[in-house]
Design a protein around this ligand. Structure first.
Ligand SMILES: [Zn+2]
Length: 271
């Protein structure tokens, strides 16, 4: 039986752009005793901080915890601004030392399976790498809700940044792991809430299988560089998104190489 009163409040990070869509979602939890927790830190936009402050004040609540799904700027970049405004808040994420230091806050590290209490609610940290090595989702078991960060975003696919620690095989395993939890609702960092998690997660897995077939077809057709394969698959893509598309293709190629289905010699890819 799921508890249904769990209603995180969506606060947009006010950072619209080609990679963030209308902007990142952050989620505020406020407990009955006035303790509050925030999932993801946004980028430090003043409108985000104002809404956060205003919402907390309206409920006479205090921000005690900020849980960050991963170290990408649109999720962690707002940490210093939030730390300055709410000095008592504790910032928690899975460690990614090369990235974490730039934000200048005293991160408290969390690992897979840790249960973190935020706003009087238990959130189980799930280390779900693939999109980034440090990615965590936060599972609120009593309501069947998972804060999924950048694992899924309804209506679009998720980029795997190979050159920044992205790993497609790990990403697929992370999606499979979410499926096994049979969640009732996913709250992603981009796009609307997902009320049919199983359908969406299976759709993501199928999308990746389809993409893998496209990469194999491109190799078969003689495209042998990341650039050529990306152009053959993402024909007509907005130029601003092309670097991310190349990262995705590279992630697929690296998975195929690990699987023994593709080879790379001096930057030339073959079957
Ligand atoms: Zn990300």
């Amino acid at each position: 039986m799921f508890v249904t009163r769990f209603e995180p409040q969506l606060l947009t990070a006010h950072n619209p752009g080609p990679m963030t869509g209308p902007g990142n979602n952050t989620y505020l939890l406020i407990g009955g005793e006035g303790s509050a927790g925030l999932i993801d830190a946004g980028v430090g936009e003043s409108a985000h901080l104002e809404e956060l402050t205003w919402t907390l004040d309206a409920r006479s609540a205090r921000l005690e915890r900020v849980l960050v799904t991963h170290g990408h700027r649109d999720h962690a970049g707002g940490a210093p601004a939030i730390a300055a405004a709410f000095p008592e808040a504790v910032f928690t994420k899975y460690p990614w030392p090369e990235e974490d230091a730039q934000y200048g806050v005293a991160w408290r590290s969390a690992g897979d399976g840790d249960v973190i209490v935020a706003a009087e609610e238990p959130l189980t940290a799930l280390h779900t790498p693939g999109h980034s090595p440090d990615h965590m989702a936060f599972w609120h078991r009593p309501s069947g809700t998972i804060f999924t960060g950048d694992l899924v975003a309804q209506g679009s696919s998720v980029m795997i940044h190979w050159s920044r620690g992205g790993d497609l095989a790990q990403y697929l395993a992370s999606l499979e792991r979410l499926l096994t939890l049979a969640p009732r609702r996913l709250l992603p960092a981009h796009g609307p809430a997902i009320d049919d998690p199983r359908t969406v997660l299976l759709g993501y897995l199928e999308h990746r299988r389809q993409r893998e077939r496209q990469v194999l077809d491109a190799l078969r057709a003689g495209h042998d560089t990341v650039q050529a394969i990306a152009e053959s698959i993402y024909d007509g893509l907005a130029p601003a998104l092309m670097p991310a598309a190349r990262e995705n293709v590279r992630a697929h190629l690296e998975k195929l190489r690990t699987d023994g289905r593709a080879a790379n010699e001096d930057g030339r890819w073959t079957l």
